[in-house]
Design a protein around this ligand. Structure first.
Ligand code: PGA
Length: 251
């Protein structure tokens, strides 16, 4: 079990426009216990302003952007910068999500550049790492995680707040969940490597989230695994009741 305040994060991907976002927030009424988790939500960019203005009074949730371009501005049709996301209320930025890496071809270098840009704009990066099924079957779990971390950890050296998410690609949106033992093994590798690169004290401060087919039915056992400090949830974060249930389980 984590020594950190647990973190429950929802990644909506390409779901919920502004109206659906307001409806979600109206219905999202978790009743967390004494140790309320930190709640993060990553709506689509067009819904960010609706989300941050809806929540402005209560400030229950920290909102983030799912993707930004690494440049500050320029001729990049269709893209947005980290600074623009911050201007509409984003406080965090997901970087290196497996869909960005595998569907949109983002390299480790690009993920590092986006992390740098997020930090420069004052956003807290949530860096995602994880192996594909083929890589896992070839016994490359450690090689892949360390390669992805090596690209990005130097950027986190001076960051005051940053998170890492372990998301095995084979478990994302597939209904296949890593066992708590699988998660604990990968999280221990990540923690050990962060300690080697950033120093043990700094490595302890960075929460490591697990993501991949998390549901209310498996959230508790995943959260109880060693070194699992929180959860990054896709599908089950779209419904306010199931997301609230996971928040309550984490308190
Ligand atoms: P999932 O997605 O919970 O739908 O598997 C997780 C993610 O991609 O962050």
């Amino acid at each position: 079990m984590t020594q950190h305040r647990p973190v429950i994060a929802g990644n909506w991907k390409m779901h919920h426009g502004p109206a659906a976002t307001r409806a979600f927030l109206e219905d999202f009424t978790p009743e967390p216990g004494a140790s309320a988790p930190r709640i993060l939500l990553f709506p689509p960019m067009v819904s960010l302003a609706a989300a941050t203005s809806f929540d402005a009074r209560d400030r229950r949730i920290e909102f983030g952007v799912q993707n930004t371009h690494e440049a500050e501005e320029g001729a990049f049709t269709g893209e947005i910068s980290a600074r623009m996301a911050a201007e509409v209320g984003a406080e965090l930025a997901l970087v290196g999500h497996s869909e960005r890496r595998h569907v949109f071809g983002e390299s480790d270098e690009r993920v590092a550049a986006k992390t740098r840009a997020a930090l420069a704009a004052g956003l807290i990066p949530v860096v995602c790492v994880g192996e594909t099924l083929e890589e896992r079957q070839r016994g490359e779990l450690e090689t892949v995680l360390l390669r992805q971390l090596d690209a990005v950890l130097p950027e986190l050296r001076s960051a005051t707040d940053a998170l890492v998410a372990y998301e095995p690609v084979w478990a994302i949106g597939t209904g296949e969940t890593a066992t708590p033992a699988d998660a604990a093994q990968a999280h221990a590798l990540i923690r050990r490597h962060m300690a080697a690169v950033l120093g043990p004290e700094r490595a302890e401060q960075v929460p490591i989230l697990y993501g991949g087919s998390v549901r209310p039915s498996n959230a508790r056992e995943l959260l109880s695994a060693d070194d699992v400090d929180g959860l990054l949830i896709g599908g089950a974060s779209l419904d306010p009741r199931s997301f609230a249930e996971i928040v309550e389980l984490a308190s």
